[in-house]
Design a protein around this ligand. Structure first.
Ligand SMILES: *[C@@H]1O[C@H](CO)[C@@H](O)[C@H](O)[C@H]1NC(C)=O
Length: 603
């Protein structure tokens, strides 16, 4: 006999289930997108403490050889042996265990996928701003902004600038100016700030230019584009306009985070490395991770001081929630800017602009000093470096910090590095001798495979064929370093399957083509196998965030995060990867994306 409270609870569950069904049917009839599943698995009977799931197959990712076979495992139990420590896999089975209530579900399980380098708040903000990606003409940009204004008529005022992202002068065929925006009567007089595709430049409207003092002086480490007219500010010069912008308030930012997490779980992401969060936002993250409301994705966030490339340990919280939903123990530094805007620092001049070799955002002695300071404070040091000069400086500052951390130990710097795991974010253009140094010391490359395919056309122009062939966009050459793969969202779409496609084919997941519309990929000698690419988005990211054995893998004691596809991963044709649909995403034993059985019945 169930106890009276048990019966009440059961009816409570049934009633809330019924209400959920009705809400779902109503939403369905209104044709509204179903963003949150109204019933989470945690509400179902029997799953509060422990639940056992069976699927058609499970890829555990535990084979050291990295092969993609779906081993014998079909079922697993998840529970929270210690309520402070989150929900973990507790047992794996090759067939349904007879003694337990088993929830049978369709599909093939992968460990939850991670993005090793993204920007959570910026992605959320992107989801709430004008999307300019893919625009190849001025008219396209103006139309998208006008459409955005129609949907958000309150945007574009001095207190609420219209924000957008995704323009690229290389694709537009012209350098943007304020007067282009002013010339459109739908946009005239509005306050508009639009980020370049790589978020290393801002294009602003006349209203914002008018807020600047008459003569705008050049800024070291930045570029103010003056020809064919004013309007674009790059790298350090962006601060001139960004500091005038009234940033979104906390509630709005929380909305950004929730929207971003919802979208990330839709593409199979259970966790991400946030490549630079200022202390104030870290505290907001901490608040949200504790609330359990909308914080659906694990975040390993790197501290970025309010003033870039400085030392601010007093303001930077060191966080490790027991359930692994938020971890902060690393810092993000920046050696240079982006290649598209000639901002990356090169050893030799740009091929298509021999008068410049780009610029460092910080000189080598200052970079070494700040890297050492953070390292000695116990932080993992992660340095953004695109150009080969920036990578050289990043490596040398890391070697210096390792020597400081492990001064006269008998161990090699590589052993020291395996404990401190310094990483180079992007690792895009690295001279052969510096690649050797990375191998020697085990410095971790953090790589975005879709950057290679998106940049291929202009990278050839910027760097010339020799540097491309020896130094640029390495993946296979760095494979022994257990690379951390990611997307850099919102710079690229967050789907790890697009990243896997780009890594495997070195073709654009947007078009399925190589550079110049070729059928073959770009420098395919650097392509990875499917298994290697999957490792980059699972165990590579795990290692880069000190979470090996806990994430990117399905085994006893790992956090109960998984993703479900219709079929075994290896059975898809390679072209299907770039449009992969994820059926379910589970984080910490809870369904974050997907439909529960009961909802399917209703529909
Ligand atoms: C490097 O930068 C720091 C801080 O901006 C400055 O104080 C120092 O003089 C610079 N060193 C060199 C060698 O340029």
């Amino acid at each position: 006999m169930p106890s009276p409270t048990g019966t009440l609870l059961w009816w409570g569950i049934r009633l809330s289930f019924l209400a959920g069904c009705i809400a779902l049917v109503l939403r369905y009839q209104q044709q509204l997108p179903i963003l949150d599943s109204p019933l989470s698995e945690a509400d179902l009977p029997g799953s509060k403490d422990e639940a056992t799931y069976c699927y058609d197959g499970v890829f555990t990712n535990t084979s050291p050889s990295g092969d993609l076979s779906y081993d014998e495992i079909k079922c697993f139990s998840v529970s929270s042996p210690d309520s402070e420590k989150g929900v973990v896999f507790t047992k794996l089975y090759s067939s349904p265990p007879p003694s337990r209530d088993v929830i049978h579900r369709k599909g093939y399980v992968l460990p939850g996928l991670w993005d090793g380098h993204g920007h959570l708040l910026q992605y959320g903000e992107f989801l709430h701003s004008a999307d300019l990606f893919g625009c190849t003409s001025r008219a396209c940009i103006l139309d998208r902004l006008a459409e955005y204004l129609e949907r958000n008529p309150e945007a574009g005022t001095p207190r609420n600038w219209l924000r957008g992202v995704g323009w690229d002068q290389n694709v537009l065929g012209e350098m943007p100016t304020a007067s282009i925006l002013e010339g459109d009567e739908r946009l005239r007089g509005r306050y508009i700030m639009l980020d370049r595709v790589d978020v290393h430049c801002a294009w602003v409207s006349q209203g914002i230019l008018d807020l600047l003092p008459g003569e705008v002086e050049d800024v070291p480490g930045g570029e103010i584009v003056r020809e064919p007219g004013m309007g674009v500010f790059c790298d350090n010069a962006m601060d001139l306009v960004v500091k005038l912008w009234e940033r979104p308030g906390k509630e709005r930012k929380k909305e950004f985070v929730r929207s971003a997490m919802r979208e990330l779980t839709r593409v199979g992401i259970v966790g991400m490395h946030d490549a630079g969060v200022v202390p104030k936002d870290l505290r907001m993250f901490e608040e949200m991770a504790g609330e359990d409301e909308g914080w659906k994705v694990r975040v390993y966030a790197m501290v970025e001081c309010e003033e870039r490339n400085t030392f601010c340990p007093g303001e930077a919280p060191w966080i490790k929630t027991g359930d692994g939903m938020l971890v902060v123990r690393s810092v993000k530094l920046f050696a240079d800017g982006a290649l598209g805007s000639w901002g990356s620092a090169l050893i030799d001049p740009y091929t298509d602009r021999p008068s410049t070799s780009g610029s460092l955002l910080i000189n080598t002695s200052a970079l070494t000093a700040v890297a050492n300071a953070w390292a000695l404070q116990g932080y993992q040091v992660n340095i953004h470096a695109i150009g080969d000069l920036a990578n050289r400086h990043a490596i040398s500052s890391m070697v210096s910090a390792l020597s400081a951390l492990c001064p006269d130990s008998v161990e090699s710097l590589a052993d020291c590095q395996s404990r401190h795991r310094f990483r180079i974010e992007h690792s895009q253009i690295i001279s052969p001798s510096d690649q050797s140094l990375m191998h020697k010391h085990g410095i971790l490359p953090s790589i975005q495979p879709t950057h290679a395919t998106s940049d291929s056309s202009y990278a050839e122009l910027r760097l010339g064929p020799e540097r491309i062939a020896s130094s640029a966009y390495r993946m296979k050459s760095l494979l022994d370093l257990n690379p951390i793969l990611g997307s850099d969202f919102p710079v690229e779409p967050p789907s790890p399957f697009e990243g896997i496609y780009a890594a495997v084919t070195r073709r654009s997941p947007k078009t399925g083509k190589g550079p110049e519309g070729w059928d073959q990929g770009w420098h395919t000698e650097e392509a990875l196998t499917l298994g290697e690419a999957v490792r980059g988005f699972t165990v590579g990211v795990a290692n880069g965030g000190f979470m090996e054995g806990k994430v990117g893998i399905i085994q006893e004691g790992a956090w109960a995060d998984w993703v479900v596809l219709d079929r075994e991963l290896g059975s898809y044709g390679v072209e299907q990867l770039r449009t992969m649909e994820v059926v379910e995403t589970w984080v910490g034993g809870r369904m974050a994306h997907g439909e529960s059985h009961e909802e399917r019945k209703v529909l």
